[in-house]
Design a protein around this ligand. Sequence first.
Ligand SMILES: *Cc1c(COP(=O)(O)O)cnc(C)c1O
Length: 404
Amino acid sequence: MNLDDTPLDLQSLVIHGDQDWSRPELNDTALAPAIYTASTYCARTSEEFAAMANEPRHPRYYARYGNPTQERCERLVARLENAESALLCASGMGAMSTTLLSLVKAGDHIVAQSAHYMGTSQLLTDLLPGLGVEVTLVDQRDADAFREAVRPNTRLFIVETPSNPTLALTDLAAVARFARAHGITTLADNTFASPINQRPRDFGIDLVLHSATKYLGGHSDLIAGVVCGNADSIERIWKRSIALGTNVSPFTAFLLLRGLRTLPLRVERQSENALALARFLEKHPAIARVHYPELESHPQHALFKRQMQHGGGVLSIEFKGDAHTGYKAAKRFAASLKLARHAVSLGGVETLVVHAASMWEASLSPERMQATGISPALVRIAAGLESAADLCADMEAALAAAAA
Ligand SMILES: *Cc1c(COP(=O)(O)O)cnc(C)c1O
């Protein structure tokens, strides 16, 4: 059967999209994927050896170059992101660092957001400038800011929407349209939305990256990253990944494939729970602000409707009070929850919360924290799969404890 030309819903793709429809004779008849732990593969003839060594991305050559379990998982993620090809890496940061190091060199210029995942910000403000790459950070809520920051040597725009932890949005279509017209590559970190709520390539973005540790894996039991795009770009990034050694383990690729089967079910439920929590917390007298794009009160709600299905599983709240009392209330709230757990990360089945300022106060100056939009009174909530009623009750009790 060749399903390549049949448009399948994402719900069907996650179940069948790892099969190679163009070469059905190669598909394993075992319904669950095998885990190929071999570090190396044998050739039967010298011609076969030459083919293995020279064909890019051969899945049976040497395991740093890839393996059949990984290839199957990559095929599925590429289809989910409406891309030709994908590369799995050892972590989201492995995917980000490998991608950046394959796209830019000394003398090039990047325009990125002032609010990015902290590891990405470190690459942009520390590692890349040290290698002679220029970086300009702009306020992502203003699509014109990307255009205004362009120089003759600008090679790359990096966007991340919704952003961490204030859920600010970037206009994907506007940024992609301008970049295309000027030959600038675009890279979107789509971790927070997941392909269920947003597909950046449908808006003209070139490369889409995920921390697969979060929603794609979905069970808080693996670390992986992935980058998707056209086959030429991904082959170039793959060449860097074999030199940098950022390859994923076959066991992780297996676990990720297993997690992906339920991605739409999980993300739909997490998005419903996050919206229920956002509506409940918005009405609570102790809360000054709720940041969640699906709320009508979100300043970019019109953009949300243009580019996202639902708001996703992450929201953040700010307590009332000044820098001191708001900070203390946020800290007490995070520590008083019983059902929701106090831990970094997101995208798993358990609801997790973090008090952002305690997480970053050791590494960020108060000015940098303010520039990224991190109020001392901010708590990020990543909804899991529990019942919305139980989660609201847990939050209500912790709010009462924080006020006491
Ligand atoms: C977690 C995360 C990363 C980094 O991914 P790791 O898998 O932890 O290396 C990058 N971007 C975003 C938005 C993230 O949430």
